[in-house]
Design a protein around this ligand. Structure first.
Ligand code: DC
Length: 216
């Protein structure tokens, strides 16, 4: 059974997907982490993020894998590095490169062959797993996503004004929604959940009850 959860940055989808996978006792795939790993490799190799063919060549030569919840880039654990502001800033540019998408989609489908999982990203229900048993799209207002992101940053000791967080989210939304290949949008048959006024635990319950009711 494949369950897809797509949505914009800060919609709460990663946490929801992780918790849902735990409740269902299936695997969890964070596809954003894979795009972030490529972005980190681009930074490490000092490649121009906009150079389509240099980035394409790079992505063909890297290995990206998961070991439990740790992400390995060329066998090295980069779980923390991929969350840096520098990586975040260029990840949506790197993700608009068709060669990067092609390679990562292939890897994601490979992971999906090995049993049930909850997978989250931007294109999981539309492109990567069009035949998934359950598809969700989580959305939230820009304000509530920015507040969530600001709280996450504060927990890491980073204080950022809400206006800056909103601008950054808006910029990434725009790139993710308007790119030519696999733009962010709900799959036609996705259940859309607005998480603006909901706690994460409530969202998980909504998704679980949708999954259970569609079984009966
Ligand atoms: O979800 P995230 O913030 O970790 O994702 C990082 C970037 O990767 C984001 O800008 C969009 C991109 N992404 C994508 O294009 N397709 C996915 N399936 C997942 C993420």
């Amino acid at each position: 059974m494949i369950i897809t959860i797509d949505g914009p940055a800060g919609s709460g989808k990663s946490t929801v997907a992780r918790l849902l996978a735990e409740r269902l006792q299936v695997r969890f795939l964070d596809t954003g982490a894979m795009y972030r790993a490529v972005a980190l490799a681009v930074l490490n190799e000092a490649i121009d993020q906009h150079d389509l063919s240099a980035v394409a060549q790079l992505v063909r030569g890297v290995t990206i894998s998961f070991e439990k919840e740790r992400l390995l880039l060329n066998e090295l654990d980069v779980t923390s590095e991929i969350r840096s502001p520098e990586v975040t800033a260029i990840s949506s540019v790197v993700a608009s490169n068709p060669s990067v998408r092609e390679r990562l989609v292939q890897l994601q489908r490979e992971v999906g062959k090995h049993g049930s999982m909850v997978t989250e990203g931007r294109d999981q229900g539309t492109v990567v797993f069009p035949h998934a048993e359950h598809k969700f799209f989580v959305k939230a207002t820009l304000e509530s996503r920015a507040q969530r992101r600001q709280r996450e940053l504060a927990a890491k000791g980073v204080d950022q004004p809400i206006s800056v967080v909103m601008d950054q989210l808006h910029e990434r939304d725009e790139r993710d929604e308007t790119r030519e290949h696999a733009p962010l949008k709900p799959a036609e048959n996705a259940v859309v959940v607005d998480t603006s006024d909901l706690a994460i635990a409530q969202v998980v319950e909504i998704l679980l009850s949708q999954i259970q009711s569609s079984k009966s």
